[in-house]
Design a protein around this ligand. Structure first.
Ligand SMILES: [Fe+2]
Length: 233
């Protein structure tokens, strides 16, 4: 009997954050207001509105989102359990956070957040049929014939009998409202194209992880409190 080992996975976290309806309502209203005040129509028509590129990249400073970020923290820590990390030796920072709002056929092209360690998407307002979340694998360890996993003609010619996690380079997750999805920031991600969105609102953030104690330790960024800012810059 043969055996297949699946090594080197990409582990994505999913759970729910249940906020009070009143809190959600004020968060939604706040985001709609941010969009209204900052949307000068400069973005390409097919792009979703993203707060980080419209002057709203520190959403965690807004009191109305306080409970939300407290909940997010708990989920990030739980995600770390999966990797057997001792979080007592690490410090976590939200470095930036923003909302996205999509209407009609607007979408977010594949991108990553290379200046960050962990990122998440939380679905504050999402109806069935709104765009799904897309993850794209850059490494494709299993793709022994280059480009095969994403080949349109291979798909058309039914080269694969079936698609499984062993032969794909792209996966759609259809989150429900209140879902949070956490992933490594270096993962390419975006939203589904050609879908009709009805004021779909998500919140994202970039999280940096530093060492609490830097002594005899490589590869982790030293604690923020020890850094020295340039004096003449
Ligand atoms: Fe993103």
């Amino acid at each position: 009997m043969n055996q297949i080992y699946n090594f080197f996975p990409l582990s994505i976290y999913r759970d729910k954050i249940i906020l009070s309806p009143e809190n959600k309502k004020e968060m939604i209203e706040e985001i709609i207001k941010m969009k209204k005040d900052s949307d000068k129509g400069l973005k390409p028509a097919q792009n979703a509105w993203t707060g980080d590129t419209h002057g709203h990249e520190y959403l965690f400073k807004n009191e109305k989102f306080k409970i939300f970020y407290e909940e997010v923290e708990k989920h990030i820590i739980k995600y770390m359990d999966h990797f057997e990390l001792d979080v007592s030796k690490l410090e976590f920072y939200f470095q930036r956070s923003w909302a996205t709002l999509s209407n009609s056929k607007e979408y977010i092209s594949p991108h990553d957040h290379s200046q960050s360690n962990l990122s998440f998407a939380y679905y504050l307002k999402k109806e069935k049929g709104d765009s799904e979340f897309i993850l794209i694998d850059k490494l494709k360890h299993n793709e022994f014939i280059p480009q095969l996993f994403t080949s349109v003609s291979a798909e058309r010619n039914k080269i694969f009998k079936k698609r499984t996690t062993s032969n794909i380079a792209r996966i759609n997750i259809d989150p429900e409202e209140d879902d949070i999805i956490i992933f490594p920031s270096k993962t390419l991600h975006g939203t589904q194209k050609n879908t009709n969105n009805n004021e779909r609102i998500s919140i994202s953030a970039d999280v940096s992880i530093l060492a609490k104690e830097s002594k005899n330790l490589e590869h982790l960024t030293p604690p923020f409190s020890e850094w020295k800012k340039f004096t003449n810059n």
